[in-house]
Design a protein around this ligand. Structure first.
Ligand SMILES: [Zn+2]
Length: 129
């Protein structure tokens, strides 16, 4: 059976930002290759610059997220990690983590972070009452 690997959200966003930087540099490199055509070189440089600017924005965004993230000690590898939302994975060992006692022992699912899911839970609770 194929096992799904969950990685920490902060790590995911971080790798995304890193990819953006590489894409940006790739565009600038193409720009250098096309330096014989002025407008094409300028175009590639602008696109490359946009990617890098976007990446900086994403890095800034991670910074904001990290502040809001909850710092915990991973029960699996005992290293300090940060988690976002109700469920997340450890940044070091990808151990699924939850802050919600109700979800403990349940299979890890990204849906627990979705607003729709929270609404459904509320609906159910209202029915029970
Ligand atoms: Zn861990």
């Amino acid at each position: 059976m194929a096992q799904l690997v969950y990685s920490s959200k902060i790590n995911k966003i971080r790798s995304f930002a890193l990819i953006l930087i590489f894409v940006g540099f790739a565009f600038m490199y193409i720009g250098i290759l096309t330096k014989k055509i002025d407008w094409l070189m300028a175009l590639f440089f602008i696109i490359g610059l946009l990617f890098i600017v976007f990446s900086v924005v994403v890095y800034f965004w991670i910074g904001l997220f990290s502040v809001r993230a909850v710092s915990i000690i991973c029960p699996s590898c005992e290293k300090p990690t940060k988690m976002l939302g109700r469920v997340d994975a450890c940044m070091h060992c990808n151990q699924p983590l939850t802050l919600d006692k109700e979800l403990e022992g349940k299979e890890f699912d990204e849906k627990y972070n979705k607003r729709k899911y929270k609404k459904e839970i509320k609906k159910q609770q209202n029915k029970d009452n």
